[in-house]
Design a protein around this ligand. Structure first.
Ligand code: ADP
Ligand code: MG
Length: 226
């Protein structure tokens, strides 16, 4: 199934392109990685409706061809409690960001949990490489990461997480409940299998994966084909 998705995308599109959100989510689903239900909308009214569909509280994210780091331009609003708040958040965002915003994504708000990053890259010399680390908007700044060459087994994934400086955050830091590291490990293993199976995938980035006591869900996914 994953090969079919990649083949269809490669046939349809020029190289170096990023998969659209639904396609990336389907591809990751083939490897057991759950991506938050996401509805793409083009106006405030549709955003409000979508929020009811995914379930409140909702998160609204601006989209547009040039918008890569959405939170850098104030393009992410969390904690929207009802349809009216979603409608207003869309209107505010559209007014502030202007023409660069061509629509938005609406998701159910995940968590609270620990924000982690799981990534994959097809390295020119080493081949596929999988990364796991502390995620969220400070991921680049703090660069708390572990790398492995797939295939990655259960013990490898557990060791990657244990290597991180942020590891204590996963095990119930300062009274917080421990989060589901088994599910996070399964995502790392799944990304390893994906990178091994599909050399066409140049780059893959799940940031963040929100890990809660019950499970894990990727809320921001990027997949680039070579
Ligand atoms: P970008 O990386 O483009 O700035 P993200 O989609 O990663 O945008 O969102 C930025 C931050 O917003 C995340 O790190 C997280 O803290 C929060 N966030 C995004 N989506 C959700 C969600 N569905 N549930 C809870 N928090 C979210
Ligand atoms: Mg992100």
């Amino acid at each position: 199934a994953a090969r079919g998705i990649v083949q269809a995308e490669l046939a349809a599109c020029p190289a170096g392109r990023w998969l659209d959100h639904p396609t990336a989510a389907r591809l990751l689903g083939c490897y057991g990685v759950r991506v938050a239900e996401t509805v793409a909308v083009r106006d405030a009214g549709a955003a409000a409706q979508a929020a009811a569909q995914v379930g409140l509280p909702a998160v609204l994210k601006a989209t547009g061809p040039e918008l890569v780091h959405k939170s850098d331009v104030g393009g992410v609003r969390v904690g929207l409690r009802d349809a009216e708040e979603v409608r207003r958040a869309y209107a505010e965002m559209a007014a502030r960001i202007g023409d660069a915003m061509t629509g938005a994504l609406v998701q159910h708000q995940a968590g609270p949990g620990v924000e982690m990053i799981v990534g994959g890259v097809a390295h020119e010399a080493f081949g596929p490489l999988v990364m796991a680390g502390l995620g969220g908007v400070t991921a680049e700044l703090l660069a708390d990461r572990a790398f492995r060459v797939p295939p990655i087994g259960r013990a490898d994934a557990a060791r990657m997480l244990a290597e991180l400086r942020c590891a204590p955050l996963l095990h119930g830091y300062r009274g917080a409940p421990p989060v589901n590291t088994a599910e996070l490990a399964a995502y790392i293993i799944g990304v390893g299998r994906l990178m091994d199976d599909l050399p066409e995938v140049a780059e893959l980035d799940l940031n963040p994966v929100i890990v809660t006591p019950d499970g894990a869900v990727a809320v921001d996914v990027r997949v680039r084909l070579a």
